[in-house]
Ligand binder design. Structure first.
Ligand code: 0L1
Ligand code: MG
Length: 265
């Protein structure tokens, strides 16, 4: 990956993203000002954001794969998956109330999360390696929140915005991956008691473990590894659904139980 922007611009763009994320306002996509920005530039901005958050005391707890299903790629008009980092400040307990006043325009996604027991690294990691290195999988809801005006962006900008990461909630029933067929897990997403989306886990690159392998490959390109004990979100099974204050969301998974959250101002 080739970073083309000078460090000064990477830092300036990171400050723009950090302001929008921490004070919940929308900004134009970064490529409006830097049309030649590359995916590597996007990851350089994301890495600078991670460095700053860690320096401020946030703890890195894992990573997320994004844009890993056809539904998501079509919804957002991109053709390549992305990765982003997860910190303790983004985690929320199951059944909790998530505040919308510190988010711009939140959406929810149903995902399968992996908790690893061994380090994963390198360009050749396979889905089988991921499964062997996974302690357990559990159902999760990701709350994404693009900071770009109208939720409109391109891959370079959204990678800089840490893949729209905002909040994540794990819950339900944790299972050993060897006891499940990770390709055929069904999920139904309910918003205020009505089904709004459904799908099967194969929507995520054929098998969510493939998305985790892709994430490890991207980390390798960035000079990083996935440490043991990481919490990894493998990507939305369905398209993302917009939520607002007052909404109740339940994701019901086959074999993994359910996860619910509420939204309030
Ligand atoms: O988790 C995701 O798939 C989100 C990736 C970024 C694109 C978006 O905000 O929808
Ligand atoms: Mg997601």
């Amino acid at each position: 990956m080739t970073v083309t922007l000078p460090r000064e611009d990477i830092v300036r763009l990171c400050e723009r993203i950090e302001g929008a994320q921490t004070r919940a306002y929308s900004i134009p996509k970064l490529t409006d000002e830097f049309p030649d920005m590359t995916i590597a530039d996007g990851y350089a901005v994301q890495s600078e954001l991670r460095r700053r958050f860690i320096a401020q005391g946030h703890r890195l707890v894992g990573w997320k794969a994004g844009l890993t299903s056809k539904a998501k790629m079509e919804q957002m008009g991109v053709s390549v998956p992305s990765i982003g980092f997860l910190t303790d400040r983004m985690a929320r307990p199951e059944n909790s109330v998530i505040s919308t006043s510190d988010l711009v325009h939140p959406r929810v996604e149903c995902e399968v999360a992996f908790v690893t027991s061994q380090e994963l690294s390198g360009p050749d990691v396979t889905a089988a390696d991921v499964i062997a290195a996974t302690d357990y999988v559990l159902p999760a809801i990701e709350v994404i929140d693009s900071r770009f005006t109208g939720f409109k962006f391109d891959l370079e900008s959204v990678i800089a915005d840490n893949g729209s990461s905002a909040r994540f909630v794990g819950g339900g029933r944790a299972r050993r991956p060897a006891d499940l067929d990770l390709r055929t897990l069904g999920v139904v997403l309910e918003l205020n008691g009505e089904m709004v989306a459904m799908g099967a886990s194969a929507a995520v690159l054929g098998n969510p473990a493939e998305a985790v392998a892709m994430l490890v490959h991207t980390l390798h390109e960035l000079g990083e590894k996935l440490p043991a004990g990481s919490f990894v979100m493998s990507g939305g099974i369905t398209e993302a659904i917009a939520v607002r204050a007052g909404d109740q969301v339940i994701a019901r998974y086959q074999d993994l139980g359910s996860v619910s959250i509420r939204f309030a101002e």
